[in-house]
Design a protein around this ligand. Structure first.
Ligand code: ATP
Length: 346
């Protein structure tokens, strides 16, 4: 099969189970983000793919070839780490040339390739500069160019953008994605930043405690999270406990009409803030009080207390120009916006 395939891969460090039975396939040419909280095993999984760590069990294959017994330097991968690991005493050009030189390429070939790579990462004409003369974003591009110098079969990046400030980081997310699409290279990025994962990936893999919680295209995962952990980790989620009643399901503060739950059964649901409608007065199905208003520019977040529940609504500021803490409001949650979790996931 073309692409990367992991079959039941586990890694233990003594009594710590860092990665626990992970199976996934990354089709050739796709961009996948490994996303999860600190300590969930993303870096360990990436290091096993790279050959920097041996799996305790399981198989890793690239384009049908088993990688387990192939050492890191023979796997034909390009890697970028958070630290970038550039050589500060070498020039930009020498840094990019390094992997080509150790493979014995001729000087003429190397010179042409370095220029081509610098053009590719939009840094033309800086080959002779010192690494120390570059900005954070420029160093990032040099590290990417060096990793891609030998046209690897797989491109691995571990928290590549986390050292950059917010604005530059967003710009680099777009650049990295465009570059990947242009080259069509299979790419895996480790990140703990859900916005980064949402904006760059073909597919996101959410991990927790060494296991995959869900693998799906970003918008599918956002709309249909597999469990409360994924709902809460990817974007904001209102997680509510509901009980099935005649005509819908109720929480402690009111009713979600037409939500299909067997009467008397209790389930956890997730609803996104932008799907929660807020109106003045107490005529609606769920009565609530405004506890906090967060102005975000393009959107406004209205934090609500409804019975024992806390609910966040996100909307346009124009729709709620006079919203104040302490206002009594009514909340409507459409049944079709609710994701109802299975019993064991609640
Ligand atoms: P972060 O985002 O903080 O880098 P992560 O999701 O990448 O976290 P890992 O670094 O893969 O997580 O770590 C997973 C688990 O394995 C953690 O409990 C960590 O302490 C443990 N671990 C990782 N490397 C080693 C090691 N070399 N020796 C012992 N335990 C380790």
């Amino acid at each position: 099969m073309a692409g990367l395939a992991l079959t039941d891969v586990s890694k233990r460090f003594g009594s710590v189970s860092a990665v626990d039975g992970v199976s996934l396939t990354v089709p050739e040419g796709t961009f996948v983000c490994l996303l999860g909280p600190s300590g969930c095993g993303k870096t360990t999984l990436m290091r096993m793919i790279a050959g920097l760590e041996d799996p305790t069990s399981g198989e890793i294959a690239l384009n049908g070839e088993r990688l387990n017994d192939i050492p890191a330097h023979k796997r034909d991968l390009g890697m970028v780490f958070q630290s970038l690991a550039l050589f500060p005493h070498l020039s930009v050009g020498e840094n990019i040339a390094y992997p080509l030189a150790i493979r014995g390429r001729s000087k003429v070939d190397i010179g042409a390739r370095v220029n081509e790579l610098l053009d590719m990462v939009q840094l033309p004409g800086v080959a002779d500069r010192s690494i120390t003369q570059l900005s954070g974003g420029q160093r990032q591009r040099v590290a990417i160019a060096r990793a891609l110098a030998v046209s690897p079969r797989l491109f691995l990046l571990d928290e590549p953008l986390s050292a950059l400030d917010a604005k530059l980081r967003e710009a680099m997310q777009v650049e990295l994605r465009q570059l990947q699409q242009r080259l069509g290279i299979t790419t895996i990025v480790v990140t703990h930043d859900q916005r980064e994962a949402m904006s760059m990936s073909d597919e996101i893999v959410v991990m927790s405690a060494g296991r995959i919680q869900q693998m799906a295209p970003p918008i599918d995962m956002y709309r249909k999270p597999a469990n409360p952990f994924v709902a809460d980790f990817l974007g904001q989620a209102n997680l509510l406990m509901l009980r099935g009643v005649h005509g819908g399901a109720e929480c402690s503060a009111g009713l979600i009409s037409d939500l299909d739950l067997p009467a008397g059964e209790t389930r956890q649901i997730s609803v996104r803030p932008e799907d929660v409608a807020v109106a003045p007065g107490d005529a609606g199905p769920i009565k609530a009080k405004v506890s906090f208003v967060r102005e975000m520019g393009a959107t406004i977040e209205i934090h609500l207390t409804a019975g024992s529940e806390r609910i966040i609504a996100a909307t346009s500021p124009k729709a709620h120009p006079d919203c104040r803490i302490g206002d009594e409001v009514s909340v409507t949650i459409p049944a079709e916006a609710c994701v109802v979790f299975d019993k064991q996931e609640a």
